[in-house]
Design a protein around this ligand. Structure first.
Ligand code: FAD
Length: 599
């Protein structure tokens, strides 16, 4: 009879153990019994059930908020049931969307197993037989670079991981100096350093690329292996929080080092060494001694470029090699912050008291919204723009993600308990080449210029010193500025009242205003004097794509170069960047015949 997957099992808050993600509670057994039409819930042995997914559903359309489960039922464990009741189970029928018979060999999601499976399936087909370990440079230690390094090192390559920023311990001190003393280290900050842009983040692990796919499971299980809590495998909205990411990254690093990976922090790749359109190495600056910059040329058989989307100097360097960089759409806007209590009340009404600063039964409330607003009259190409919330951080804080003191951009982070008094989220509007051209920005880096324009404007509006320009949402909607009695902000380096309605071109401001007004109707209380808009959110995803082959992940312009992750335009977010890095690792391994070698 095997395994049956039972979905959409609802348990009311009062009947649920809340934060225990694995428990098969009496409430859950009741829901299972109801679904499979089994008469006596208490006769179902809890050992026969494994929770696969648990989410909290507080949509306004529901009569009451509830936990929603997906559970696997192992029928062999039910064989001891008394014969008459067993009859119910043995006649179980699939019910679309609710009951599904699944094969026993469910994807294990085990990265090492996937590597071994690939070894077998790849057989002897290889293009470049080489007799020595291939020397691979991975540039960037964000999720994509880390997972590419892991796969290649597991498969026996000689991997060097080059990272311009610092290891998490050192990076933590640099971020401390920024937040407390306003000292921005240009190479070690919220964007650069071990773990990449997502280390001081909310650590949300939600992804749009298929939560149950083998590759996403492989990433999640690897994170658990390095110290993430197991509930990320089950939670419908998994998140880690900065405090969990830091030890996890340390474990990841130690594992790579045990596999023989050379990790060079404070090492920035400034150029590619190219011979006959083939990348043969990189030129690096050793930034550890800031007084005496040491430049070196290092030879490699292949270079994986996993630099993220803030490395604008690297984009410029790629252009100097006549590489094609294709401008792509992204989104810009502002970060809105409310008191978390207000969001809890908006989302949960009476249940808001169950949140208790992240220790209660129900999760700290969040929101995710998308609105479509009309574009300019007569514009057939862009009659509609989407405006959406992005990177929502419940119980979090607004942080500075600038990599240059003359530019100001922000994002959000939180700790695992999400216990701060504030809830913040970006509200952003999609922009495209047409918007860049309207400001006379052309060419492959037009999107970067567009970002920079508003980051510089925001820095000026804030008055310098990383002070962030802010405006109450009510003022923003009315195109006016009240400088007195601003609500408090979680942003640590200070805020200044500013006319954010004048920051973006009218079309973007209009789209933001229209969508905020629509949101206010949907989420009563969202438009409030307590809601503060912060400027400016510009780095939502990469402004370019670096073309590469679908199969090999190799650049279509330069042999031996593998652009990966968010900066190359192939991912958005921690999990998808990790998955892209993993795939690129396999692709490079295949190219160098690592699946079938004895090295
Ligand atoms: P990155 O993580 O950007 O890594 C690139 C690395 O390359 C960096 O460490 C950089 O220092 C290094 N590098 C760049 N240039 C060079 C060079 N020339 N030489 C050597 N090294 C170089 N995503 C989520 O899914 N969930 C979240 O909760 C979330 N919160 C976020 C909060 C903040 C504050 C920020 C900034 C981002 C957040 N993101 C979040 C986005 C997420 O961090 C990115 O999508 C993800 O990190 C992209 O991974 P990546 O490996 O492609 O690039």
């Amino acid at each position: 009879q095997g395994i049956w997957r039972l979905s959409k099992l609802s348990v009311l808050v009062q009947d649920d153990p809340g934060k225990d993600f694995f428990a098969v509670s009496d409430g859950l057994l009741q829901a299972i019994a109801k679904l499979i039409e089994f008469p006596v819930a208490s006769m179902l042995p809890s050992e026969a059930f494994t929770v696969v997914r648990k989410s909290f559903d507080a949509r306004k359309t529901l009569k009451e908020p509830k936990f929603v489960y997906t559970v696997d039922m192992d029928v062999t464990q039910l064989l001891n049931l008394e014969p008459r009741t067993w009859d119910f189970i043995s006649h179980l029928e699939p019910k679309v969307g609710f009951i599904e018979h699944i094969p026993c060999e469910i994807v294990s999601g085990d990265l090492i197993k996937i590597i071994n499976d690939n070894k077998i399936t790849e057989g002897t087909s290889f293009k470049n037989p080489i007799l020595k370990k291939p020397k691979i440079a991975v540039v960037g230690s964000g999720p994509s670079g880390l997972f590419a390094s892991l796969v290649l090192a597991e498969l026996g390559a000689d991997v060097t991981l080059l990272e311009r920023g610092q290891a998490v311990e050192h990076r933590g001190r640099d971020i401390g100096a920024l937040v407390v003393r306003r000292i921005l280290d240009l190479e070690s900050n919220f964007c650069y350093g071990e773990g990449g842009a997502g280390t001081w983040s909310d650590g949300k692990l939600v992804t749009g690329i298929g939560r149950n796919s083998g590759s996403v499971l492989a990433v999640m299980k690897t994170l658990v292996h390095f110290g993430a809590p197991k509930n990320i495998l089950i939670d419908g909205k998994p998140h880690l929080g900065t405090d969990r990411l830091i030890p996890l990254l340390r474990n990841f690093r130690q594992h790579l080092q045990r596999l023989g990976v050379t990790i060079k922090f404070g090492t920035r790749v400034d150029d590619l060494l190219v011979e006959n359109s083939h990348v043969v190495g990189v030129k690096v600056s050793d930034l550890r001694d800031k007084l005496q910059l040491d430049c070196q040329k290092l030879g490699y058989d292949a270079v994986i470029l996993a630099v993220g989307h803030s490395a604008r100097d690297t984009y410029q360097m790629l252009l100097s090699h006549n590489m094609d960089l294709i401008p792509k759409d992204f989104a810009v806007g502002l970060r809105i912050e409310h008191p978390q209590e207000l969001i809890n009340r908006i989302q949960y009404s009476g249940l808001a008291t169950e949140v208790h600063s992240g220790r209660g039964k129900v999760p700290v409330a969040d929101y995710k919204v998308v609105k479509y607003v009309n574009g300019e009259d007569g514009d057939l190409d862009a009659t509609c723009r989407s405006c959406y919330s992005f990177c929502m951080c419940p119980g979090g804080q607004v942080v500075l993600t600038s990599t240059n003191p003359s530019e100001l951009c922000i994002n959000g982070m939180s700790f695992s308990r999400r216990a701060s008094k504030w809830a913040n989220a970006a509200l952003v509007v999609t922009v495209s080449t047409k918007d860049f051209n309207a400001l006379n920005f052309d060419g492959p880096l037009a999107g970067v210029e567009f970002q920079r324009e508003f980051e510089q404007k925001a820095a000026i509006m804030g008055g310098g010193n990383f002070v962030v320009p802010v405006q109450t949402v009510t003022d923003f909607l009315e195109n006016k500025l009240t400088v007195t009695s601003l609500p408090p902000s979680s942003y640590r380096l200070g805020v200044k009242a500013a006319s954010l309605h004048e920051l973006f071109p009218t079309l973007i401001t209009d789209a933001l205003q229209q969508s905020i007004s629509m949101l206010g109707k949907e989420l009563a209380g969202f438009i409030s004097k307590e809601a503060l808009l912060h400027g400016v959110e510009t780095r939502t995803s990469s402004p370019i794509q670096i073309p590469r082959s679908n199969d090999t992940c190799e650049s279509t312009c330069l042999k031996g170069l593998y652009p990966v992750g968010e900066g190359a335009g192939y991912a958005g977010g921690i999990v998808s960047a990790a998955v892209d890095g993993m795939y690129a690792g396999f692709a490079v391994a295949k190219e160098f015949n690592l699946f079938n070698s004895d090295i």
